[in-house]
Design a protein around this ligand. Structure first.
Ligand SMILES: [Cu+2]
Length: 141
């Protein structure tokens, strides 16, 4: 009986170690600094310095492909129209949190929208179908 039990326990421990190692209980950054640019999934790290500059484009164009937005960190003019190409064979949305922008993006179609007239600021956007895995940040200038 022991010969069976021991390998099972070893396997369970290996499994637990593999699961806990990289996906759960990641502590928030504890480097002691006040910098909050590296929080995962929060759009942190997207600043005017790192953003793709689309502020001169009217319309500006965002591509939805492979369940991602590209660019997913960009600047745009609040008065510019917006074009979004959905190159995926599945539906998406382009939804800017805290605003009325909530555009449906049917599979393989291109959305052309008027300016939403957003005030300058930093906004998180996402696809409400795919959630945080398909999200980004737009900095309206
Ligand atoms: Cu989506």
């Amino acid at each position: 009986m022991r010969r069976v039990t021991i390998p099972l326990v070893a396997l369970l421990m290996l499994g637990a170690a593999a699961c806990g190692g990289d996906s759960s209980e990641t502590p928030p950054s504890d480097d002691g600094g006040a910098v909050i640019t590296e929080s995962p999934g929060g759009g942190g790290g997207c600043t005017e310095d790192t953003a793709t500059d689309l502020s001169g484009d009217d319309p500006f164009t965002v591509v939805a492909e492979n369940i991602r937005f590209s660019p997913d960190c960009f600047t745009a003019s609040g008065s510019a129209a917006i074009t979004i190409e959905n190159r995926d064979g599945v539906d998406h949305t382009f939804t800017i949190e805290g605003t009325q922008v909530d555009a449906p993006l049917p599979a393989n179609e291109t959305f052309n929208g008027e300016s939403a007239g957003l005030q300058p600021g930093t906004y998180g956007f996402l696809c409400t179908i795919h959630g945080a895995s398909m999200s980004g940040t737009v900095i309206v200038v």
